[in-house]
Write a protein that binds this ligand. Structure first.
Ligand code: SF4
Length: 70
């Protein structure tokens, strides 16, 4: 498992949000990923997200993706 897949610190409700927003560790959407999402906070080895708790991968994606403010 990747370093950003550890959900052990999350509550069941937190995990449900990840599922409801269809978070994945590797985006399949052209041009959209966590690294270029306005809700992403970069960190190593895993970033974080304003709307989803837990580790977030730069290459990830979810349906709450929003462009960064210009
Ligand atoms: Fe990634 Fe979704 Fe969070 Fe944007 S909102 S950083 S796409 S998990």
């Amino acid at each position: 498992a990747s370093a950003c897949a550890d959900l052990s610190g999350l509550t069941p409700a937190d995990i449900k949000v990840r599922e409801q927003l269809a978070y994945v560790e590797a985006s399949k959407v052209e041009g959209k990923n966590c690294a270029n999402c306005g809700l992403f906070k970069a960190a190593k080895p895993c970033g974080s997200c304003t709307v989803i708790k837990g580790p977030i991968a730069e290459k990830g994606y979810c349906t709450a993706w929003a462009p960064k403010a210009a």
